[in-house]
Design a protein around this ligand. Structure first.
Ligand SMILES: *Cc1c(COP(=O)(O)O)cnc(C)c1O
Length: 434
């Protein structure tokens, strides 16, 4: 095992544990290239282009993605945010309607609710999984609650048993946001097959990506047809397309807009989907190794995964730190120190949405004029003690850190060890900054 000869921390000018590059993300190979060229020369780059006798990659990806989840339908869209707004609109969520949103998540979950005129009701998280607490969700329900946006965050699961029961009891639909959990399995089934609708982002950092991209899946044929229209200006696929004519038929029974995924993006997703399970299991294997090594060191552990979470997807590895064992430094300093040692970005988790620079609902012109709604969208009225506490103790690093082999994992372990061994130094550094 390589031992760091220079004991001084990289943060303080010493030599880092690792200078080698990490596995590259996103990934592509000759198969991906072939499909992209196929689109390039096909004479059709969008689903709204004229039918040319060929099956669209968009349709092929949709069919494969639905099948992958064991559900009936999939509607691909331009990004995850669009998938959320489309799902909300399909479920009839509109002006003044409340949607439960977890206190810790990417800001798009809340801003998508605002975009349809709804009120994002921020709900505190479970202190162990960092996903929405079912207990807090129940307490947040009102007569105006129209949907629950349930997010599987980082490398854990929301409690699908508790939320499925809550949904059944109250008849409030769940939109499962699986943007950080493509391919994860809960109790024998893929996440995304539990909600009334599930949404996905295929943005660059996600474990299935086309740079930008998204999708919604469902078993409900009615919702499927509405979502098709919502994302294509009120049009749906013709049953029998005609050569050189538009494959989309004008229906117009809802107000749609254009959120269609291009053929280039669809081709990439269609190709990369076949590697998803395999890449997820590599990340899982490396994470398992990391977890057992971290146990030996002490003071760092992965966030909790509920028992029924059978196959974890590591979008980001999220760990909890006992900062007392690291010289009482704050989480930002620890993350900086790790980033300097490893050359892969360690970050504190997303700031809770009641105190997040990216979440500014009072600036959303569409909803702000209404005084009553104005009072309900103000993030400061939401108390999120678990979320706030968690944000001081947790870090993440991106999944490419787990896409290599055990030697990569050992680097991460060494960095933690090195920082721990230098905790006195770090503590002095922290004080000198104050
Ligand atoms: C990435 C992400 C989104 C937003 O997706 P975009 O494709 O960036 O619009 C929504 N929800 C969650 C949980 C995400 O991680």
């Amino acid at each position: 095992m390589p031992i760091h000869t220079n004991k001084s921390l990289a943060l303080l000018g010493g030599s880092p544990v690792r200078t080698q590059p990490w596995p590259k993300w996103p990934r592509a190979n000759q198969g991906t290239e072939k499909l992209l060229l196929d689109v390039l020369h096909s004479g059709r780059w969008a689903i709204s282009g004229m039918y040319n006798g060929e099956d669209l990659y968009e349709k092929r990806f949709a069919a494969a993605f639905a099948q992958f989840h064991g559900v009936s339908y999939c509607v691909p869209v331009v990004n995850g945010s669009a998938a959320i707004t489309m799902a909300l609109e399909a479920l009839g969520v509109g002006f003044g309607d409340e949607v439960l949103v977890p206190g810790i998540t990417w800001v798009a979950c809340a801003s998508a609710v605002l975009r349809v005129g709804g009120v994002p009701v921020l709900v505190d998280v479970d202190e162990n999984t960092l996903c929405m607490s079912a207990h807090a969700a129940r307490a947040a329900l009102t007569q105006n609650t129209k949907a629950i946006l349930l997010v599987h965050l980082y490398c854990s699961f929301a409690d699908l048993d508790a939320f499925s029961a809550l949904s059944k009891e109250t008849d409030i639909p769940i939109i499962e946001d699986c943007s950080q959990a493509h391919g994860a399995i809960w109790d024998g089934r893929r996440v995304g097959s539990y909600g009334k609708i599930a949404v996905f982002s295929m943005q660059d950092t996600k474990v299935l990506t086309s740079g930008e991209g998204g999708a919604a899946i469902t078993n409900d044929q009615g919702l499927y047809e509405v979502m098709q229209q919502l994302r294509a200006d009120g049009r749906i696929y013709r049953r029998t397309p005609i050569n050189n004519q538009n494959e989309l038929e004008e229906i117009g029974s809802v107000q749609g807009r254009n959120m269609c995924l291009s053929e280039f993006q669809s081709a990439i997703l269609f190709d990369r989907l076949q590697y998803l399970d395999q890449e997820n299991s590599i990340r899982r294997k490396n994470a398992d190794h990391l977890n057992s090594r971290l146990k030996e060191i002490g003071g760092v552990q992965q966030i909790a995964v509920p028992q029924k979470g059978e196959a974890v997807t590591y979008y980001q590895y999220c760990g909890k730190v006992d900062l007392g064992q690291f010289g009482d430094i704050d989480i930002h300093t620890l993350c900086n120190a790790m980033t300097c040692e490893l050359g892969i970005v360690f970050e504190p988790i997303d700031n809770p949405l009641n105190n997040n620079i990216l979440y500014n609902p009072l600036l959303a012109k569409r909803v702000v004029p209404d005084q009553f709604i104005r009072s309900k969208i103000n993030p400061k009225i939401y108390s999120l003690p678990n979320a706030v506490n968690a944000s001081r103790l947790h870090f993440t690093f991106p999944h490419k850190g787990l896409l290599g082999d055990e030697a990569d994992v050992e680097c991460i372990v060494q960095a933690f060890e090195k920082i721990k061994a230098n905790k006195v130094l770090l503590n002095e550094f922290k004080k000198s900054k104050q």
